[in-house]
Design a protein around this ligand. Structure first.
Ligand SMILES: *Cc1c(COP(=O)(O)O)cnc(C)c1O
Length: 388
Protein backbone atom coordinates (compact mmCIF):
# COMPACT_ATOMS: atom_id res chain seq x y z
CA UNK A 1 0.00 0.00 0.00
CA UNK A 2 1.49 3.34 -0.99
CA UNK A 3 0.82 6.52 0.91
CA UNK A 4 0.11 8.62 -2.13
CA UNK A 5 -3.20 10.36 -2.11
CA UNK A 6 -4.22 9.34 -5.60
CA UNK A 7 -3.78 5.66 -4.80
CA UNK A 8 -4.63 5.50 -1.13
CA UNK A 9 -7.34 7.49 0.67
CA UNK A 10 -7.28 7.94 4.40
CA UNK A 11 -10.90 8.91 5.02
CA UNK A 12 -10.94 8.24 8.76
CA UNK A 13 -12.14 10.90 11.23
CA UNK A 14 -8.45 11.40 11.97
CA UNK A 15 -5.71 10.87 11.12
CA UNK A 16 -6.40 12.27 7.67
CA UNK A 17 -4.83 12.67 4.22
CA UNK A 18 -2.05 15.25 4.35
CA UNK A 19 -1.78 18.17 1.97
CA UNK A 20 1.23 17.81 -0.39
CA UNK A 21 2.74 21.01 1.06
CA UNK A 22 2.43 19.57 4.56
CA UNK A 23 4.22 16.40 3.46
CA UNK A 24 7.00 18.52 2.02
CA UNK A 25 7.39 20.42 5.29
CA UNK A 26 7.57 17.14 7.19
CA UNK A 27 10.47 15.99 5.03
CA UNK A 28 12.68 19.01 5.82
CA UNK A 29 15.99 18.51 7.64
CA UNK A 30 15.65 18.80 11.42
CA UNK A 31 16.56 22.05 13.10
CA UNK A 32 16.93 22.80 16.80
CA UNK A 33 14.02 24.46 18.55
CA UNK A 34 16.19 27.04 20.32
CA UNK A 35 17.26 28.79 17.14
CA UNK A 36 16.33 32.11 15.57
CA UNK A 37 15.03 30.16 12.58
CA UNK A 38 12.52 28.24 14.69
CA UNK A 39 11.67 31.26 16.85
CA UNK A 40 10.34 33.08 13.79
CA UNK A 41 8.05 30.16 12.94
CA UNK A 42 6.83 29.76 16.52
CA UNK A 43 6.03 33.45 16.81
CA UNK A 44 4.03 33.41 13.59
CA UNK A 45 2.10 30.32 14.70
CA UNK A 46 1.25 31.55 18.19
CA UNK A 47 -0.24 34.63 16.56
CA UNK A 48 -1.87 32.90 13.59
CA UNK A 49 -3.51 29.97 15.36
CA UNK A 50 -5.79 32.37 17.26
CA UNK A 51 -7.66 32.95 14.02
CA UNK A 52 -8.72 29.32 13.88
CA UNK A 53 -9.80 29.42 17.54
CA UNK A 54 -11.37 32.82 16.82
CA UNK A 55 -10.00 34.13 20.08
CA UNK A 56 -7.88 36.97 21.39
CA UNK A 57 -6.55 34.71 24.15
CA UNK A 58 -3.30 32.75 24.02
CA UNK A 59 -3.33 29.35 22.37
CA UNK A 60 -0.86 26.77 23.70
CA UNK A 61 0.88 24.11 21.65
CA UNK A 62 1.27 20.80 23.45
CA UNK A 63 3.33 17.83 22.29
CA UNK A 64 0.78 15.15 23.07
CA UNK A 65 -2.27 13.66 21.40
CA UNK A 66 -5.71 15.21 21.79
CA UNK A 67 -6.35 13.38 25.05
CA UNK A 68 -3.38 15.16 26.62
CA UNK A 69 -5.02 18.42 25.64
CA UNK A 70 -8.25 17.29 27.31
CA UNK A 71 -6.27 16.58 30.48
CA UNK A 72 -4.56 19.96 30.26
CA UNK A 73 -7.91 21.74 30.05
CA UNK A 74 -9.03 20.01 33.22
CA UNK A 75 -5.99 20.18 35.47
CA UNK A 76 -5.41 23.88 34.99
CA UNK A 77 -8.85 24.91 36.21
CA UNK A 78 -10.30 22.23 38.49
CA UNK A 79 -9.52 20.94 41.96
CA UNK A 80 -10.22 17.60 43.64
CA UNK A 81 -13.75 17.64 45.05
CA UNK A 82 -15.05 20.09 42.44
CA UNK A 83 -18.44 19.34 40.99
CA UNK A 84 -18.20 18.61 37.27
CA UNK A 85 -21.00 17.94 34.83
CA UNK A 86 -19.96 15.67 31.96
CA UNK A 87 -22.09 15.15 28.89
CA UNK A 88 -21.52 11.58 27.77
CA UNK A 89 -22.84 10.61 24.36
CA UNK A 90 -20.10 8.25 23.20
CA UNK A 91 -16.51 7.08 23.68
CA UNK A 92 -14.85 10.46 24.01
CA UNK A 93 -17.39 11.79 26.47
CA UNK A 94 -16.80 8.66 28.56
CA UNK A 95 -13.05 9.28 28.46
CA UNK A 96 -13.32 12.87 29.66
CA UNK A 97 -15.65 11.93 32.52
CA UNK A 98 -13.19 9.17 33.56
CA UNK A 99 -10.35 11.67 33.47
CA UNK A 100 -12.18 14.15 35.69
CA UNK A 101 -12.91 11.33 38.18
CA UNK A 102 -9.25 10.31 38.11
CA UNK A 103 -8.31 13.81 39.24
CA UNK A 104 -10.73 13.58 42.14
CA UNK A 105 -13.63 15.61 40.78
CA UNK A 106 -17.19 14.79 41.82
CA UNK A 107 -18.57 13.97 38.39
CA UNK A 108 -22.26 14.03 37.45
CA UNK A 109 -23.14 12.63 34.06
CA UNK A 110 -25.85 13.44 31.56
CA UNK A 111 -26.09 10.23 29.58
CA UNK A 112 -27.20 10.86 26.01
CA UNK A 113 -28.22 7.87 23.88
CA UNK A 114 -25.64 7.14 21.17
CA UNK A 115 -26.51 8.93 17.95
CA UNK A 116 -28.35 11.76 19.71
CA UNK A 117 -27.36 15.27 20.70
CA UNK A 118 -27.68 16.55 24.26
CA UNK A 119 -30.67 18.77 25.01
CA UNK A 120 -29.46 22.15 26.29
CA UNK A 121 -32.40 22.19 28.78
CA UNK A 122 -30.89 19.20 30.58
CA UNK A 123 -27.74 21.25 31.23
CA UNK A 124 -29.86 24.22 32.35
CA UNK A 125 -31.82 21.99 34.77
CA UNK A 126 -28.66 20.53 36.26
CA UNK A 127 -27.02 23.92 36.78
CA UNK A 128 -30.16 25.28 38.43
CA UNK A 129 -29.90 22.48 40.98
CA UNK A 130 -26.11 22.64 41.30
CA UNK A 131 -25.02 26.22 40.57
CA UNK A 132 -21.70 25.53 42.31
CA UNK A 133 -20.68 23.25 39.41
CA UNK A 134 -17.12 24.17 38.44
CA UNK A 135 -17.20 22.95 34.85
CA UNK A 136 -19.39 21.46 32.16
CA UNK A 137 -17.61 19.09 29.75
CA UNK A 138 -18.86 18.42 26.26
CA UNK A 139 -17.59 17.21 22.89
CA UNK A 140 -18.37 19.62 20.02
CA UNK A 141 -18.43 16.59 17.79
CA UNK A 142 -18.62 13.18 19.49
CA UNK A 143 -16.49 11.36 16.93
CA UNK A 144 -17.67 7.87 17.91
CA UNK A 145 -21.27 8.68 16.91
CA UNK A 146 -20.67 11.59 14.45
CA UNK A 147 -23.06 13.78 16.45
CA UNK A 148 -22.60 17.56 16.63
CA UNK A 149 -23.73 18.95 19.99
CA UNK A 150 -25.44 22.37 20.33
CA UNK A 151 -22.35 24.12 21.71
CA UNK A 152 -23.58 27.68 21.21
CA UNK A 153 -26.83 27.01 23.09
CA UNK A 154 -25.09 25.22 25.97
CA UNK A 155 -22.53 27.98 26.20
CA UNK A 156 -25.27 30.59 26.53
CA UNK A 157 -26.58 28.66 29.53
CA UNK A 158 -23.23 28.00 31.21
CA UNK A 159 -22.00 31.56 30.75
CA UNK A 160 -24.81 32.79 33.00
CA UNK A 161 -23.05 31.13 35.93
CA UNK A 162 -20.11 33.20 37.07
CA UNK A 163 -18.20 30.27 38.56
CA UNK A 164 -18.94 27.56 36.01
CA UNK A 165 -16.67 26.96 33.05
CA UNK A 166 -17.66 25.44 29.74
CA UNK A 167 -14.86 23.17 28.49
CA UNK A 168 -15.23 21.85 24.97
CA UNK A 169 -13.43 18.98 23.28
CA UNK A 170 -13.35 20.27 19.70
CA UNK A 171 -10.80 17.78 18.43
CA UNK A 172 -12.94 16.92 15.39
CA UNK A 173 -14.67 20.31 15.20
CA UNK A 174 -12.26 23.22 15.52
CA UNK A 175 -11.18 23.98 11.98
CA UNK A 176 -13.99 21.90 10.45
CA UNK A 177 -17.05 24.02 11.21
CA UNK A 178 -17.85 27.26 13.05
CA UNK A 179 -16.90 27.30 16.72
CA UNK A 180 -15.85 30.86 17.54
CA UNK A 181 -14.42 30.66 21.04
CA UNK A 182 -14.77 34.29 22.12
CA UNK A 183 -18.08 35.05 20.41
CA UNK A 184 -19.70 31.95 21.90
CA UNK A 185 -18.05 32.44 25.34
CA UNK A 186 -16.40 29.03 25.43
CA UNK A 187 -14.02 28.80 28.43
CA UNK A 188 -11.70 26.04 27.32
CA UNK A 189 -11.17 24.59 23.90
CA UNK A 190 -8.97 21.71 22.74
CA UNK A 191 -8.08 20.81 19.15
CA UNK A 192 -6.01 17.91 17.85
CA UNK A 193 -3.34 17.89 15.16
CA UNK A 194 -4.42 14.74 13.29
CA UNK A 195 -8.08 15.67 13.00
CA UNK A 196 -9.41 19.01 11.80
CA UNK A 197 -5.89 20.48 11.80
CA UNK A 198 -4.90 18.15 8.98
CA UNK A 199 -1.49 17.21 10.47
CA UNK A 200 0.11 14.00 11.70
CA UNK A 201 -0.82 12.76 15.17
CA UNK A 202 1.16 14.19 18.06
CA UNK A 203 0.08 17.67 19.04
CA UNK A 204 -2.87 19.26 20.84
CA UNK A 205 -3.79 22.94 20.92
CA UNK A 206 -5.62 24.51 23.81
CA UNK A 207 -6.92 27.90 24.87
CA UNK A 208 -8.70 29.34 27.91
CA UNK A 209 -11.08 32.28 28.34
CA UNK A 210 -10.25 35.04 30.85
CA UNK A 211 -12.83 33.49 33.17
CA UNK A 212 -10.98 30.14 33.01
CA UNK A 213 -7.56 31.78 33.41
CA UNK A 214 -8.80 33.04 36.75
CA UNK A 215 -8.50 29.46 38.05
CA UNK A 216 -4.91 28.74 36.93
CA UNK A 217 -3.44 29.59 40.33
CA UNK A 218 -6.16 28.19 42.57
CA UNK A 219 -6.61 24.85 40.73
CA UNK A 220 -5.28 22.10 42.99
CA UNK A 221 -5.01 19.09 40.71
CA UNK A 222 -1.48 17.73 40.52
CA UNK A 223 0.08 18.95 37.26
CA UNK A 224 3.58 19.25 35.98
CA UNK A 225 3.91 18.67 32.25
CA UNK A 226 0.49 20.23 31.66
CA UNK A 227 0.94 23.23 33.93
CA UNK A 228 0.01 25.86 31.40
CA UNK A 229 1.53 28.65 33.50
CA UNK A 230 5.01 27.40 32.54
CA UNK A 231 4.06 27.42 28.89
CA UNK A 232 2.54 30.90 29.14
CA UNK A 233 5.78 32.28 30.56
CA UNK A 234 7.91 30.52 27.95
CA UNK A 235 5.67 31.63 25.08
CA UNK A 236 5.89 35.22 26.27
CA UNK A 237 9.68 34.89 25.89
CA UNK A 238 9.26 33.45 22.39
CA UNK A 239 9.95 29.85 23.41
CA UNK A 240 8.11 26.66 24.32
CA UNK A 241 8.81 25.40 27.84
CA UNK A 242 9.73 21.85 26.84
CA UNK A 243 11.31 20.78 23.54
CA UNK A 244 9.14 21.86 20.64
CA UNK A 245 7.69 19.34 18.27
CA UNK A 246 9.64 20.93 15.43
CA UNK A 247 8.36 18.71 12.62
CA UNK A 248 4.66 19.13 13.33
CA UNK A 249 5.05 22.76 14.31
CA UNK A 250 6.62 23.54 10.93
CA UNK A 251 3.81 21.62 9.24
CA UNK A 252 1.31 23.61 11.31
CA UNK A 253 2.85 26.76 9.91
CA UNK A 254 2.01 25.44 6.43
CA UNK A 255 -1.56 24.53 7.43
CA UNK A 256 -2.20 27.96 8.98
CA UNK A 257 -0.90 29.56 5.83
CA UNK A 258 -3.21 27.39 3.70
CA UNK A 259 -6.19 28.21 5.94
CA UNK A 260 -5.31 31.87 5.80
CA UNK A 261 -5.18 31.82 2.01
CA UNK A 262 -8.40 29.86 1.66
CA UNK A 263 -10.26 31.65 4.46
CA UNK A 264 -11.91 29.90 7.38
CA UNK A 265 -15.44 30.22 5.97
CA UNK A 266 -14.35 28.68 2.70
CA UNK A 267 -12.62 25.82 4.53
CA UNK A 268 -15.81 25.15 6.48
CA UNK A 269 -17.71 25.12 3.20
CA UNK A 270 -15.28 22.61 1.68
CA UNK A 271 -15.82 20.23 4.59
CA UNK A 272 -19.59 20.79 4.68
CA UNK A 273 -19.75 19.97 0.96
CA UNK A 274 -17.94 16.64 1.46
CA UNK A 275 -20.28 15.79 4.33
CA UNK A 276 -23.36 16.70 2.26
CA UNK A 277 -22.12 14.64 -0.65
CA UNK A 278 -21.47 11.62 1.55
CA UNK A 279 -24.82 11.89 3.33
CA UNK A 280 -26.77 12.13 0.06
CA UNK A 281 -25.01 9.48 -1.97
CA UNK A 282 -24.39 6.89 0.73
CA UNK A 283 -28.13 6.97 1.41
CA UNK A 284 -28.74 6.30 -2.27
CA UNK A 285 -26.65 3.15 -1.88
CA UNK A 286 -28.85 1.95 0.97
CA UNK A 287 -27.07 3.26 4.08
CA UNK A 288 -28.92 5.38 6.63
CA UNK A 289 -27.58 8.15 8.87
CA UNK A 290 -26.75 7.19 12.46
CA UNK A 291 -26.48 10.70 13.93
CA UNK A 292 -29.71 12.63 14.46
CA UNK A 293 -27.71 15.84 14.46
CA UNK A 294 -24.89 15.00 12.05
CA UNK A 295 -21.51 16.68 12.25
CA UNK A 296 -19.82 17.97 9.11
CA UNK A 297 -16.47 16.53 10.11
CA UNK A 298 -17.47 12.86 10.12
CA UNK A 299 -20.46 10.86 8.89
CA UNK A 300 -21.65 7.67 10.59
CA UNK A 301 -23.56 5.38 8.25
CA UNK A 302 -25.75 2.54 9.48
CA UNK A 303 -24.96 -0.48 7.33
CA UNK A 304 -27.75 -2.65 5.86
CA UNK A 305 -29.07 -5.02 8.55
CA UNK A 306 -27.72 -8.21 7.02
CA UNK A 307 -24.18 -6.83 6.90
CA UNK A 308 -21.25 -6.30 9.23
CA UNK A 309 -19.71 -2.84 9.25
CA UNK A 310 -16.34 -4.22 10.34
CA UNK A 311 -16.22 -6.42 7.24
CA UNK A 312 -17.24 -3.54 4.98
CA UNK A 313 -14.49 -1.40 6.43
CA UNK A 314 -11.86 -4.14 6.02
CA UNK A 315 -12.90 -4.99 2.46
CA UNK A 316 -12.82 -1.32 1.45
CA UNK A 317 -9.27 -1.10 2.74
CA UNK A 318 -7.94 -4.39 1.42
CA UNK A 319 -9.51 -4.35 -2.03
CA UNK A 320 -9.89 -0.64 -2.69
CA UNK A 321 -7.16 1.16 -0.72
CA UNK A 322 -9.58 3.36 1.21
CA UNK A 323 -9.44 3.52 4.99
CA UNK A 324 -12.59 4.47 6.86
CA UNK A 325 -13.51 3.53 10.44
CA UNK A 326 -16.01 1.13 11.91
CA UNK A 327 -18.15 1.65 14.99
CA UNK A 328 -16.99 1.28 18.60
CA UNK A 329 -18.66 -0.52 21.52
CA UNK A 330 -22.43 -0.65 21.08
CA UNK A 331 -22.13 0.64 17.49
CA UNK A 332 -19.51 -1.94 16.51
CA UNK A 333 -20.49 -3.74 13.31
CA UNK A 334 -23.58 -1.54 12.96
CA UNK A 335 -21.98 1.57 11.52
CA UNK A 336 -19.07 2.75 9.43
CA UNK A 337 -17.59 6.23 9.83
CA UNK A 338 -16.22 8.40 7.05
CA UNK A 339 -14.11 11.46 7.85
CA UNK A 340 -14.36 14.70 5.89
CA UNK A 341 -11.33 16.53 7.26
CA UNK A 342 -7.92 16.84 5.62
CA UNK A 343 -6.85 16.85 2.01
CA UNK A 344 -9.61 15.16 0.02
CA UNK A 345 -10.18 15.49 -3.71
CA UNK A 346 -13.51 15.11 -5.49
CA UNK A 347 -12.16 12.05 -7.26
CA UNK A 348 -11.77 10.36 -3.89
CA UNK A 349 -15.37 11.10 -2.91
CA UNK A 350 -16.62 9.49 -6.12
CA UNK A 351 -14.29 6.53 -5.66
CA UNK A 352 -15.59 6.09 -2.12
CA UNK A 353 -19.22 5.90 -3.26
CA UNK A 354 -18.37 3.63 -6.17
CA UNK A 355 -16.32 1.26 -4.03
CA UNK A 356 -18.80 1.24 -1.15
CA UNK A 357 -21.36 0.10 -3.72
CA UNK A 358 -18.98 -2.64 -4.93
CA UNK A 359 -18.42 -3.83 -1.39
CA UNK A 360 -22.16 -4.01 -0.65
CA UNK A 361 -22.56 -6.06 -3.82
CA UNK A 362 -19.77 -8.37 -2.80
CA UNK A 363 -21.45 -9.18 0.53
CA UNK A 364 -24.97 -9.24 -0.92
CA UNK A 365 -25.09 -9.54 -4.72
CA UNK A 366 -28.85 -8.91 -4.59
CA UNK A 367 -28.47 -5.55 -2.84
CA UNK A 368 -27.43 -3.43 -5.84
CA UNK A 369 -26.84 -3.93 -9.53
CA UNK A 370 -23.70 -2.62 -11.25
CA UNK A 371 -26.03 -0.41 -13.25
CA UNK A 372 -27.51 1.11 -10.06
CA UNK A 373 -24.04 1.82 -8.68
CA UNK A 374 -22.93 3.59 -11.83
CA UNK A 375 -26.11 5.70 -11.85
CA UNK A 376 -25.42 6.82 -8.27
CA UNK A 377 -21.80 7.65 -9.13
CA UNK A 378 -22.89 9.63 -12.21
CA UNK A 379 -25.40 11.59 -10.14
CA UNK A 380 -22.64 12.17 -7.61
CA UNK A 381 -20.33 13.54 -10.27
CA UNK A 382 -23.03 15.92 -11.46
CA UNK A 383 -23.79 17.02 -7.92
CA UNK A 384 -20.12 17.85 -7.31
CA UNK A 385 -20.00 19.89 -10.50
CA UNK A 386 -23.18 21.76 -9.65
CA UNK A 387 -22.16 22.37 -6.04
CA UNK A 388 -18.64 23.71 -6.13
C1 LIG B 1 -9.65 11.66 18.48
C2 LIG B 1 -10.44 12.30 19.57
C3 LIG B 1 -9.94 12.40 20.87
C4 LIG B 1 -8.66 11.76 21.31
O1 LIG B 1 -7.58 12.19 20.64
P1 LIG B 1 -6.20 11.37 20.69
O2 LIG B 1 -5.40 12.22 19.76
O3 LIG B 1 -6.48 10.01 20.16
O4 LIG B 1 -5.73 11.40 22.07
C5 LIG B 1 -10.69 13.05 21.81
N1 LIG B 1 -11.88 13.57 21.51
C6 LIG B 1 -12.42 13.49 20.28
C7 LIG B 1 -13.75 14.08 20.02
C8 LIG B 1 -11.69 12.85 19.26
O5 LIG B 1 -12.22 12.76 18.03
Amino acid sequence: MTTFNDEYSLLAPGPVNLHPEVRKALALPMIHHRTPEFDVILKRILEGIRQVFQTKEDVYLLSCTGSGGMEALLVNVISPGDKILAIVSGKFGERWAEMAKTFGAEVSIINVPWGEAVKPESVADHLKRFPETRAVLCQACETSTAVAHPIKEISEIVSQYSETLFLVDAITALGAYPLPMDAWKIDGLVAGSQKAFMLPTGMAFISFSKKAQGYFDSAKCPRFYYDVRKEKKANAAGETFFSSNVAITRALDVVLNLINKQGLESLFHTIHRRAEFTRIFAQKLGFTLYAKSPSDSVTALVVPQTMDGQKIRLELEQSHNITIMGGQDQAKGKIIRVGHMGYIQDQELLKLIDNLGQVLRKFDPGSLTLEQISVVVDEGRQWLEQNP
